[in-house]
Design a protein around this ligand. Structure first.
Ligand code: ADP
Length: 447
């Protein structure tokens, strides 16, 4: 039975649990307070009553001219020397023949009532005065207090329980909304939905939850859309070389009459296959870069890394009609991933080689607490209105201006941006159309 109740209790809502808890607790508290105050006030009133009885009877006995038969709940009876009543009357139930004792407050108990009484003798007037009071333990005020407590207590507990429950329900409303929305999104996959912003404006604990939840939805939505866009771009970009390959292979198979024509078709197929290879490689690199984590980073010398890269490329570069200026500040330590940083460098240098006219400069500079990697060329430059967009995936300024010479797919710089962001660094461009471009990657030096 008890374990059943506990099971049920465990499954009730937090709101009900909290409401039940404080209602029960305050009811017990009120009850204890009620009983204690009832007892304490009863005995206190009793004490006051006896005191008053004593005092007033003494006063009246000392000045019999002031005799009053009933005053403030006390019966006064005046007796002569022979203990016969001269004035006053006994309260109902009080025995007439109780013997007299001088100035001792006594108690007389019957089935119906309890009395306090005291006898005081006035020797001068030879009279007895007996004061009697019914020992109710209560007076009117206490009765009223008890009555009002008995009414007020349940009413206030009820108001508290109902009011508290309403406040709790309101406070939990955003959580309910968040849960409902999460369920809806799981079904519909519509990440554009948000929890009502009015909840976020209140200054309560749940407003943070709503703000964070909405922010999380925004980031999920944006990565979802980016992913969608990326997939669309990939299939679109792959479709172009694929359709060229299909058309050329069909032509080579069915219509090419001479070996020269077939060779021409193979050359086209080969070029397009290279484009596809290039693209798939870059896509793979992109997803690898995305999986890279900061926890794999180490302290490394950017200076050594760039020197190593330049040495490796020396042979390849010597075949080009381009001058390479290399200037490397020593011991520039940064926190990062060697392979990823080499990819950044390679992408920037490849672009510079692709677009330069006469020279490419590669440098590592020491700038206060920053280490700056700079790759510059004196090529065609990047128009200002394209400088923001070149970081987007598959973005190419003008396909015609490079693809014919060096096929690219527009992924290199987005790759650079991802890696730079992962390194908490910044990448900047200074470029003038027709004069050349400078790409600078600004790293914070390792401590
Ligand atoms: P791609 O693989 O086509 O080179 P990137 O993402 O590396 O793709 O570059 C995006 C575009 O930015 C390129 O299409 C090119 O037009 C432009 N770009 C990149 N680097 C340079 C540069 N050094 N000089 C001029 N244009 C550049």
């Amino acid at each position: 039975m008890f374990s059943n109740m506990m099971k049920k209790f465990r499954h009730t809502s937090i709101i009900s649990k909290v409401t039940l808890w404080y209602t029960l607790f305050t009811s017990i508290l009120f009850f204890i307070m009620f009983v204690v105050s009832f007892t304490v006030s009863g005995s206190w009133v009793d004490y006051l009553n006896r005191n008053e009885l004593e005092q007033k009877t003494m006063e009246i006995a000392s000045d019999i001219s002031e005799f009053d038969e009933f005053d403030d709940g006390i019966y006064f009876i005046l007796y002569n020397e022979q203990k016969e009543i001269e004035k006053g009357f006994l309260p109902k139930g009080f025995d007439q023949v109780i013997p007299f004792e001088t100035e001792i407050l006594s108690t007389y108990v019957t089935d119906q009532a309890k009395f306090y009484y005291i006898d005081v003798y006035n020797a001068e007037k030879q009279k007895w005065v007996r004061g009697i009071r019914v020992a109710s333990g209560f007076n009117k005020e206490i009765g009223l207090l008890v009555l009002s407590l008995a009414v007020v207590t349940p009413v206030s507990i009820l108001i508290m329980a109902v009011g508290g429950r309403r406040i709790l329900k309101r406070a939990f409303l955003p959580i309910e909304e968040v849960t409902q929305l999460a369920e809806e999104i799981t079904e519909s996959r519509d990440y554009a939905q948000r929890v009502s912003s009015t909840y976020a404006q209140t200054n309560s604990e749940t407003s943070r939850l709503v703000t964070v939840f909405n922010k999380m939805l925004l980031s999920v939505q944006s990565s979802f859309e980016k992913e969608k866009q990326f997939n669309q771009n990939v299939s679109h970009e792959l479709r172009t070389p694929l359709s060229v390959i299909l058309a050329e292979s069909e032509f080579g198979e069915k219509y090419a009459e001479t070996i020269a024509e077939q060779k021409e078709s193979f050359a086209v197929i080969n070029r397009q296959a290279k484009v596809m290879k290039n693209m798939t490689e870059q896509i793979l690199e992109l997803s690898k870069a995305r999986q890279a984590r900061e926890t794999d980073f180490v302290n490394l010398s950017l200076s050594d890394l760039v020197s190593y890269y330049c040495k490796e490329q020396e042979k390849k570069w010597s075949d080009l009609a381009i001058t390479f200026d290399i200037s490397i500040a020593p011991d520039m330590m940064i926190f990062g991933d060697k392979i990823l940083l080499l990819r950044v460098l390679d992408n920037l240098v490849s672009n510079a080689i692709k677009f330069t006219k006469t020279r490419v400069s590669i440098s590592v500079k020491d700038f206060q607490d920053m280490a700056v990697l700079e790759v510059a060329d004196d090529g065609i430059g990047i128009p200002v209105d394209h400088q923001e967009k070149i970081w987007d995936r598959f973005y190419q300024i003008d396909v015609a201006r490079n693809k014919s010479v060096h096929p690219g797919v527009g992924l290199g710089l987005s790759f650079v941006k991802d890696i730079v962001t992962l390194h908490r660094a910044e990448v900047e461009i200074v470029s003038t159309k027709g004069e050349g471009s400078i790409f600078s990657v600004v790293f914070r030096k390792a401590e």
